[in-house]
Ligand binder design. Structure first.
Ligand SMILES: Nc1ncnc2c1ncn2[C@@H]1O[C@H](COP(=O)(O)OP(=O)(O)OP(=O)(O)O)[C@@H](O)[C@H]1O
Length: 355
């Protein structure tokens, strides 16, 4: 397969400017992004970062001020209105507030996009029931949206988005209005659609937990730009930008643990030759064993204040905050050994003799 045919979405130098109070706002600022077929690509950023605007560019619901949009080797800006309508069918979308039609039944909602296809009533009914089965809601075909829970409404919206057999599903904060358990079940459904149908998914969110749950790749957006991108496991364990680090540490509870520990004098008032240190490691939990091994080797006392282990894209990632006590040179050597073994270390606080 050539590099080109692997790409499903290709955005080149996209900028979107809006006018507000007579001033230009760069909602998206010179963004290039490639999404490969079969990928689950997450775009994360705080509110106002430009995520929704960027994904609306992917089907030209938002025309960019600059740049080109190519979907499956077809440049969208070159299409006439009829061709664009057809191209848009290959891009399904789901949203935070589901956008279902209240006066139509569940099945009626799923059938709606099929009305523009040359299908008989029977074929439409068959297809919509098949889609409802796929999302686990065939028993609710005759119910109305108001009779469903949020998670069920989102399943209906997913079935509807799949009606035209799209190549890509864009999920715009689709789990933001759902509780954590329902969020997990919707993410599991998206993962299943990705695996079983080979559906490419672009998912925008402000929660790293969502990215960690199902994405293979991630882009971090701030002020209209992509400031960092890469494989989720890599970005998670070695974030380069402050904002990325902030997302990672919030989702792993490391941020709140550091705040709690440094605000508590009984934990953060260090004695002589003590260091408060943060350790982050990927791979096997045996790195935990490494800490006790090094503490024996260098005669250090390690007091673990916080530890968390997480799964990112199938890999274990560990986070530990500890106070290490011992001779300064021994601490230095132990930290150097940890780094050699692939552990990321960060000094949070230190007190040397005589301070
Ligand atoms: N139609 C519009 N007219 C003017 N400004 C807009 C318009 N749409 C978005 N913006 C502005 O563009 C910037 C990016 O908005 P966008 O909705 O893309 O961000 P976001 O990251 O998706 O945030 P959120 O999750 O809150 O929607 C914001 O400053 C927003 O106010």
């Amino acid at each position: 397969m050539s590099e080109d045919s692997k790409q499903l979405i290709s955005l080149r130098n996209i900028s979107v400017d809006f006018k507000r109070d007579g001033k230009d706002i760069a909602a998206v600022d010179d963004v290039s992004l490639d999404v490969n077929k079969g990928d689950i690509y997450g775009i994360i950023g705080y509110s106002g970062a430009g995520k929704s605007t960027l994904v609306r560019v992917m089907n030209l619901l938002q025309r960019p001020s600059k740049g080109t949009v190519t979907i499956d080797n077809q440049e969208l800006q070159g299409l006439n209105p009829q061709e664009l309508r057809n191209a848009r069918k290959s891009i399904g979308m789901i949203f935070q507030h589901f956008n279902l039609m209240k006066t139509r039944t569940v099945q009626g909602n799923v059938e709606y996009p099929l009305l523009s296809q040359k299908l008989s009533k029977n074929e439409r009914e068959g297809k919509s029931l098949e889609l409802l089965k796929l999302v686990g809601l065939e028993e609710y075909a005759t119910s109305y949206p108001s009779q469903l829970s949020g998670g069920q409404k989102q399943r209906v919206a997913i079935a509807r988005a799949l009606a035209n057999n799209p190549k890509v599903l864009i999920s715009d904060e689709a789990t933001s209005a759902l509780d954590p358990k329902t969020t997990t079940s919707i993410l599991e459904l998206l993962k299943k659609l990705n695996v079983e149908l080979g559906l490419t998914i672009v998912l925008i969110t402000h929660e790293m937990q969502v990215i960690k749950g199902i994405c293979h790749n991630v882009a971090v957006m701030e002020e209209g730009q992509i400031i960092e991108r890469g494989k989720v496991a890599e970005v998670f364990t070695n974030p380069q930008e402050t904002l990325t680090n902030d997302f990672v540490e919030t989702s792993t509870n490391v941020k709140s643990a550091i705040e709690r520990i440094t605000a508590d004098p009984s934990l953060s008032t260090l004695g002589d030759n003590q260091r408060l240190i943060y350790l982050n490691f990927i791979g096997n939990a045996s790195k935990e064993g490494l800490i006790s091994e090094l503490s024996q080797k260098y005669q250090l006392n390690v007091n673990i204040l916080f530890a968390n282990i997480d799964q990112v894209d199938g890999e274990n990632v560990g986070y530990t905050i500890a106070i290490i006590t011992g001779e300064e040179a021994s601490i230095e050597r132990a930290i150097s050994d940890l780094q050699t073994a692939g552990v990321r270390t960060r000094l949070l606080q230190a007190k040397q003799k005589g301070e």
